[in-house]
Design a protein around this ligand. Structure first.
Ligand code: SAH
Ligand code: SF4
Ligand code: F3S
Length: 500
């Protein structure tokens, strides 16, 4: 995988495999949990749910797996190398387990769901295998292992959204948080393993989302990223009166009237545009981001809602995968080149200056040179701010694996990837250059990685901005920053203090 620019934590390579730590909550059963996560932001968000469930039972987290009583590795199956990385990591845990045979080693997440009990046969040190919908069962499963058995729960659910679990935040800077708004995926893109590992799509109770975001804001958080594999198909209808005591108001979908908290929302359908509005209304000081948008489902209503609220960031991650209609059809993406371009035109029309990023797959089954050239020309058309670019990796059980031969040689896939990466580098550079001399509103997230003399934060379009610390500004505050220089992936500038 090549991540050219890493603008947000949704795809942050730096977080892959990092030990996730949480503040002690006063409950202590004397046992320590080591947890690390791979894959997408949804997996990281799930690790927070797992840590919440175990913290309730008195587990404390540790950064050192050698001193842990329970090691959990939350896994990703999206490409073969993601799985290989986990296998290698498991080997590293072997010595710790030999030293401490009572240690519980658990595999969570997408790989657990894909391989199920096969994992126990293939990786002897693994004691527990738990799929993404079975985390409530973790305390029981650990008890089972303590009793000398191996334990597996990979049941997928049509209902589970963990809506009532207000997750603890792991490795948090206290400013940005991820909030899952839905689970699973019903799209069946032919290359993709997610519908098999995450199950059917289901939307989380809108009240619980607004309540969680309000709580985060009250605790000092200033940015929430709403997460789903396809946020545009978010749809929730209240069948029961509000139960979660959200302090915010709720906007009803049909007539846009504002309902007070606790109102019976029976029969009201909340779509993604409505949800965005509900979260944006919590406070103008709370930034709202979201990921991932699906080109087939993103509506003008969502775009108009983004344009209406200054605190909904002007940034859309809109994975194209391929610029060629025949390949898109084989991929079962259910849109074609023209449809995608129309959506980009709508974004440009309704939200001028909106940042757009994408995902691209090179060397999908039967892709010709001309079809690959269509992907390059799409990149010229859209001029993406960022892109995540991958060679096609066949995943067992997917439609593509069943129907089509993985017939593009590795060398060709890789050459095409290099061309796509070079093109993106060009446009990323141009996009950053376009910000020179402009003043950007930046949410200060903390000190820059390289120096505690500098702050870093992101602008509305999700580009990272680094600037010298200013005595009047603290992390969590917004600052106007004049962009003076750029590096390959970052804007560099200085704060222009606000004068009243
Ligand atoms: N739900 C998101 C994608 C989630 S997976 C969407 O529909 O856009 C993130 C990215 O991984 C995908 O957009 C795709 O570009 C890439 N990906 C998924 N399966 C892949 C595979 N088998 N080989 C290579 N890349 C893949
Ligand atoms: Fe996978 Fe497609 Fe669902 Fe995205 S929309 S998670 S690519 S099946
Ligand atoms: Fe995410 Fe990887 Fe699963 S991308 S949904 S963790 S397969």
């Amino acid at each position: 995988m090549i991540d050219l620019v890493i603008p947000d934590k949704t795809h942050d390579e730096n977080r892959q495999g990092e030990a996730l730590i949480l503040e002690p909550n006063g409950k202590n059963n004397g046992r320590k949990l080591y947890i690390e996560s791979y894959g997408c932001a949804m997996n990281f968000s799930d690790s927070e749910i797992v840590a919440s469930i175990l913290a309730e039972k008195g587990f404390e987290t540790t950064k050192d797996y050698n001193s842990a009583d329970v090691i959990f590795i939350n896994t990703c199956s999206i490409r073969e190398n993601a799985e290989q990385r986990v296998r290698n990591r498991l080997k590293e845990f072997t010595i710790a387990k030999v030293k401490n045979p009572d240690m519980v080693v658990g595999v969570l997440g997408c790989m657990a769901e894909r391989l199920k009990s096969k994992f126990l046969e293939e990786e002897k040190l693994v004691d527990v295998v738990v799929g993404p919908d079975a985390y409530r069962d973790l305390p029981n499963l650990i008890d089972k292992v303590d009793g000398g058995q191996k334990a597996v729960n990979v049941l997928l659910s049509r209902e589970e959204t963990y809506a009532d679990i207000s997750p603890v935040r792991l490795n948090s800077n206290g400013i940005n948080a991820f909030v899952s708004i839905m689970r699973g995926c019903d799209n069946m893109c032919s290359f993709c393993v997610v519908p098999f590992t995450r199950g059917r799509e289901r939307s989380r109770d809108a009240h619980s989302i607004v309540a969680e975001c309000t709580d985060l804001f009250n605790k000092g958080y200033r940015e929430v990223t709403l997460l789903g594999q396809n946020v545009d198909s978010y749809k929730w209808s209240a069948t029961t009166p509000a139960q979660y005591g959200a302090e915010s108001t709720v906007v009803a979908a049909e007539d846009k009237q504002v309902l007070p908290p606790g109102e019976d929302l029976s029969g009201v359908v909340v779509n993604f545009a409505n949800l965005l509005e509900m979260v944006a209304k919590i406070s103008p000081e709370l930034r709202v981001r979201f990921s991932t948008s699906h080109p087939k489902d993103i509506t003008d209503e969502v775009l108009y809602t983004m344009a209406k609220y200054d605190n909904i960031c002007n940034y859309i991650h809109l994975p194209v995968q391929s610029g060629n209609s025949r390949v898109l059809e084989l991929m079962n993406r259910t849109y074609d080149r023209e449809w995608y371009m129309d959506r980009v035109n709508a974004i440009r029309r309704i939200i001028p200056g909106c940042g757009i990023s994408t995902d691209v797959i090179t060397g999908f089954c039967t892709e010709t040179e001309e079809e690959h050239a269509d992907t390059l020309s799409m990149m010229d058309y859209v001029q993406y701010d960022f892109a995540y670019m991958f060679m096609y990796s066949e995943r067992p059980g997917t439609l593509a694996a069943k129907r089509y031969a993985d017939d593009i040689p590795e060398a060709v896939k890789s050459r095409r990837l290099k061309e796509v990466v070079a093109k993106q580098q060009h446009y990323s550079y141009i996009k950053l250059q376009g910000q020179l001399g402009k003043v950007q509103r930046v949410l200060i997230e903390g000190f820059s990685k390289k120096s505690d003399q500098d702050y870093c934060g992101r602008n509305d379009q999700n580009a990272m901005v680094v600037f010298p610390v200013h005595p009047d500004y603290k992390p969590g505050q917004y600052a106007n920053v004049l962009v003076e220089r750029t590096t390959t992936a970052t804007l560099i500038g200085k704060i222009i203090p606000q004068t009243l």
